[in-house]
Design a protein around this ligand. Structure first.
Ligand code: KIV
Length: 316
């Protein structure tokens, strides 16, 4: 059984009742662009959130290197390793039935020789079950080689966080005519090299709109305005788990920090006041047995109390 072939599903994704949409593939995303259907996309880094994101019908799940910051607590994305990204991609892969799973290639894993970049990309497909890899910058030769090796590629241009030191911080890119023209040229080069999707991050709406109109492949925007073919956000931004004020382009759809904090504080208080666990949340010894005395040659008859204990670990 392949990891994307879940029991009871063939071309459709299995899952909860009513959840039987067709599996999202790279060609399916291209078709969505052709039909003018917006592509929804989010990051996820672990089994439980990936499952929720997938079951909510999001089309593309990126195991982003932003996990370095939002999950591992690093200052930027540069420190995360291939092995760490593989570990998280595997967890996401186990959870996802419908969405396309894309793994982000971390800093240093494709910046040297092209052959090394291909070898690292192969690991994401082979060892973690990713269906495409994403990389930052106009790595045209590498994209060509990956496509030649049957690995679908997602490009990423504009504000590319792995270039934080070169950019001197996280700044909106392509604001001048010259920089916008360079960005457009890079976008065309990546598409011609065979990239199947292009993430545009932190660029003026007008620039993203023009690139989106010019390219045949879908663009996915983050801080790039509403005219891209799809949108992506970091999951932790969406639900307020980042411990920092959100960037301008982030819309918060929930407050997981408040929800988690409240649950944890109430639990702590209950423990401190011996209000948790209750007797109902406790296991009990088996009911006491009564032995009825019989004549010496007869076996003792054992009579169990009629106590209704459920399975040892069963729910109440
Ligand atoms: O790592 C990441 O989260 C990204 C963004 C484009 C969402 O690359």
């Amino acid at each position: 059984m392949s990891l994307t072939n879940f029991p009871g599903s063939s071309s459709s994704a299995g899952g909860p009742a009513g959840f039987s949409l067709p599996k999202v593939t790279m060609p399916a995303l291209l078709e969505m662009k052709r039909q003018g259907k917006p592509i929804s996309s989010l990051t996820a880094y672990d089994y439980s959130t990936a499952r929720l994101v997938d079951e909510a019908g999001i089309d593309l799940i990126l195991v982003g290197d932003s996990l370095a910051q939002v999950v591992l607590g690093h200052e930027n994305t540069l420190a995360v390793t291939v092995d760490e990204m593989l570990h998280h991609t595997r967890a996401v892969r186990r959870a996802v039935r419908r969405a396309l799973v894309v793994a982000d290639m971390p800093f240093g894993s494709y910046h040297g020789r092209v052959a090394e970049g291909v070898a690292n990309a192969v690991r994401f497909i082979k060892e973690a079950g990713a269906e495409a890899v994403k990389m930052e910058g106009p790595r045209v030769e590498l994209v060509r080689e990956l496509v030649d090796a049957e690995i679908p590629v997602v490009g990423h241009l504009g504000l590319t966080p792995q270039s934080v030191h070169r950019m001197g911080g996280y700044r909106v890119q392509a604001r001048s005519d010259e920089a916008a023209a360079r960005l457009r040229a890079d976008a065309h080069l990546l598409a011609e090299a065979g990239a199947g999707l292009l993430v545009l991050e932190g660029v003026p709406r007008e620039v993203a709109a023009r690139i989106t109109a010019e390219l045949a492949i879908p663009t996915i925007g983050i801080g790039a305005g509403p005219d891209c073919d799809g949108q992506i956000l970091v999951f932790h931004d969406l639900v307020n788990l980042t411990f920092a004020p959100p960037a301008k382009f982030v819309r918060r759809y929930g407050d997981a920090a408040a929800l988690f904090r409240d649950a944890v504080e109430r639990y702590r208080e209950d423990v401190e006041h011996r209000a948790f666990p209750s007797d109902k949340e406790s296991y009990h010894l088996p009911a006491r047995k009564t032995v009825i005395e019989m004549p010496e040659d007869a076996d003792a008859v054992v009579n169990w109390d009629a106590r209704q204990d459920l399975d040892e670990f069963g729910a109440a």
